[in-house]
Design a protein around this ligand. Structure first.
Ligand code: UT7
Length: 329
């Protein structure tokens, strides 16, 4: 018995933020952004919409793709670092939207950009243990709401989106294999947003204060190096767990943070570029949404076929990291 992805879905908000738009906001240019990151555009959530709205649409599409009614779900999990509000969780609101009144449990996971991989491990364990049979897992973010559009080091990177999968117990061969996740909290200040938490509660807000505390801030350069190292190692670990060589892997779905980071991980693993698809040019970094959105893109584009062996790998604030193997059915 194993755990299978029965359907995928994504939501990419209509509004786009281009490199040319950013040139009007900060001292940057299209060439610098594209050369350093591979990003051309990012999607922005519509005014008045929040993470649960994107997550609901992605979740409904995944349910439709799986041919499952929301009432048949046993659990809803949303991986996000940008929930609608501190409490209740974004997953609670998705549950209200998709299957109100049925009492289906729901909760969020915050492992930043690694959240979808953490979610896969948690959900797989819950299905393996027999606690639940069918679960909706969404990675969803409206991260641009927390980005400082005066900080050229961060504002060029991020976009909003949601990606979802329906996970189900099954007896056939294949499905999810090894999933490993890790973290190093000693690096928590490399990417963080202190404002609004219990350390810097709203009562301490002072408009004359350092605005950096109230937006996502990052030491990009240091993150870059650690991202490449941690993803390479965790990817090798899961491949060893399932006994695959790098040549056995048909597709690597890596967290879409930066084209240079993704290419460096592919090169270090020895995977040819044609097996490492990217949508970072269109999407930017959508944090926990990035891997499930890429998975959905690949499914809709016909690049994923039964029997293919897929490696998913990511990293994020914390630092956190994770990888998973998946045999598509
Ligand atoms: O999901 C996890 C989230 N975090 C990440 O993925 C971040 C990973 N890191 C990165 O993607 C890269 O570090 C960045 C794209 C953020 C920056 O690229 P870099 O090649 O590491 O550049 P850098 O930070 O070393 O900066 C090089 C120069 C600096 O100028 P000086 O000091 O050399 O004069 C920066 O001030 O580039 C400057 N710079 C910019 N110039 C034009 C920084 N941002 C910009 C910008 N436009 N937007």
């Amino acid at each position: 018995m194993s755990v299978f992805i029965r359907g995928t879905g994504a939501d990419k908000p209509e509004r786009l933020l281009t490199n040319q738009d950013l040139e009007k906001l900060v001292d940057t240019d299209d060439e610098w952004i594209f050369t350093r990151t591979g990003i051309r555009t990012r999607h922005l959530a519509a005014e008045g919409e929040a993470t649960s709205d994107l997550a609901t649409r992605a979740g409904q599409r995944a349910l439709d793709d799986a041919g499952v009614d929301a009432s048949e779900l046993d659990l809803i999990v949303v991986a996000t670092l940008s929930p609608d509000m501190l409490t209740p969780s974004a997953a609670n609101l998705v549950q209200r939207n998709l299957c109100p009144g049925l009492g289906i449990p729901s909760f969020d996971i915050n492992a930043a950009c690694s959240g979808f991989l953490y979610g896969l491990q948690v959900v797989k364990s819950l299905i393996d243990s027999g606690t639940y049979r069918r679960v909706l897992l969404v990675g969803g973010e409206t991260i641009t709401r927390f980005v400082d559009y005066q900080d050229r080091g961060t504002c060029i990177l991020f976009g909003d989106a949601a990606g979802a999968v329906v996970l189900e117990h099954g007896d056939e061969a294949g499905g999810l294999g090894s999933i490993r996740v890790g973290s190093d909290g000693a690096c928590h200040d490399l990417i963080c947003l202190p404002g609004g938490g219990s350390l810097r509660p709203p009562t301490t807000y002072d408009p004359a204060d350092d605005r950096a505390d109230w937006f996502l801030r990052m030491q990009g350069n240091r993150v870059f190096k650690m991202a490449v190292q941690s993803m390479e190692q965790v990817a090798k670990d899961v491949l060893a767990d399932v006994g695959w060589t790098v040549d056995d892997v048909d597709l690597v779905l890596a967290h879409q943070a930066n084209r240079r980071i993704i290419s460096a991980v592919g090169e270090r693993l020895g995977v040819p570029p044609e097996k490492v698809p990217m949508n970072v040019a269109e999407m930017g970094n959508t944090s926990a949404a990035s891997i499930p959105v890429l998975l959905d893109d690949q499914c809709r584009g016909g690049q994923i076929r039964p029997g293919q062996r897929i490696l998913m790998v990511g990293f994020g604030a914390g630092l956190t990291w994770g990888a998973a193997t998946l045999e598509w059915t």
